[in-house]
Design a protein around this ligand. Structure first.
Ligand code: ADP
Ligand code: MG
Ligand code: MG
Length: 319
């Protein structure tokens, strides 16, 4: 616990990431209950260890449907819908490829052989994730299929934390779930949320985003990657090729009411790129994005709910 001018910060390590909770009162019990809530959801969604309901589904692939709890069913249904969005690159059935690459988890990273990746691609069709609403069950039609909710679990959980804190009577708080920032209300002066400078020191910022009562989610290719022969391989995979996405982007940040939307859209927009992404958001006033490109442009899809202040003059900002 750390205290600063009326703000109490509580931290933990959950979902393999640092988690930070900022409250405007001294309440270690509330912080402990918040962290327990996160842990409970982590145990439902993880694909890295048993027991977990998502692991149960994966282990029964090609064999039988698995009845799961409501949150798991709903998150998978939502992830399947996102996987069918045209032009996006979200795919909840990407698991076999994620496991094969192991980007960010191993130290002896190597590029998998092309024929292996091609074989695994055949196991990633989202249409083969079969949902039975009445039974509340999920069935993966082919043996070897694996669901991976790594791109959206934090967003879903951040929303549950926001709801929980609201029910507890909290009107101002910030939760940072390893890159998914969610806010309730705003302190005087607003929440200034730093936009990280790609491939730089952990505290280096390109600018600051001011929001109130919003979620701010960033997906960056600078977070987890490895390099072979001068080429970078990061952890957001292109479901069409089986290789990491190769485009103009270093990061995408989405500002939205719900963190789940933010998580889905960061991945969708990563696949779309700046131009197509801004186009797609024109009909979605509730979702705003800030792209950072490899050639040091910062592009905002709109600035309705967001104020962005550029702090690094080696970048240019346009909206
Ligand atoms: P993080 O917050 O860990 O940086 P993201 O929210 O950007 O992660 O999601 C990346 C994670 O999502 C990967 O580690 C992997 O588990 C999963 N993933 C990778 N590629 C895809 C994809 N095309 N569609 C859905 N999930 C993906
Ligand atoms: Mg995400
Ligand atoms: Mg994320």
């Amino acid at each position: 616990m750390e205290q600063q001018e009326g703000v109490w910060s509580y931290s933990a390590v959950l979902m393999g990431s640092p988690v930070l909770l900022k409250l405007f009162r001294h309440d270690p019990s509330l912080a402990a209950r918040t962290f327990r809530l996160i842990k409970r959801y982590e145990d439902l969604f993880t694909v890295n260890r048993t027991p977990s309901q998502v692991m149960d589904i994966n282990l029964a692939a090609g064999q039988h449907p698995v009845v799961v709890s409501r949150p798991v069913f709903e998150l998978i249904a939502c992830a399947k819908a996102a996987s069918l969005v045209r032009g996006g690159c979200f795919n909840l059935a990407i698991g076999p490829l994620v496991k094969r690459w192991r980007i960010g988890f191993r130290h002896d990273n190597a590029v998998p052989p092309a024929d292996e990746l091609a074989a695994l691609l055949a196991l990633t069709d989202p249409q083969n994730v079969l949902l039975d609403e009445a039974a509340g069950s999920v069935y993966l039609a082919l043996p070897g299929m694996e669901i991976d909710l790594g791109a959206i679990a934090k967003g879903y959980i951040a929303d549950r934390v926001r709801d929980f804190l609201g029910r507890e009577g909290v009107t101002q708080a910030l939760i940072n779930l390893g890159g998914n920032v969610h806010t309730l209300g705003a302190p005087q002066g607003g929440w200034g949320i730093g936009l990280k400078k790609p491939f730089s020191a952990a505290d280096a910022l390109v600018g600051v985003i001011d929001v109130e009562d919003k979620s701010v989610v960033t997906s960056g290719t600078y977070e987890r990657y490895f390099e072979v022969d001068g080429k970078r391989y990061h952890h957001i995979l292109n479901p069409a090729t089986g290789y990491p996405l190769d485009n103009e982007l270093d990061s995408v940040t989405v500002i939205s009411t719900d963190s789940l939307d933010g998580d889905i859209w960061t991945t969708l927009l990563y696949g779309m790129g700046v131009e197509q992404g801004c186009q797609a958001l024109r009909h979605k006033p509730e979702i705003e994005a800030i792209f950072i490109t490899k050639d040091r442009r910062v592009v905002a899809s709109s600035t309705r709910n967001v104020r962005f202040t550029l702090m690094d003059d080696s970048y240019t900002f346009t909206d």
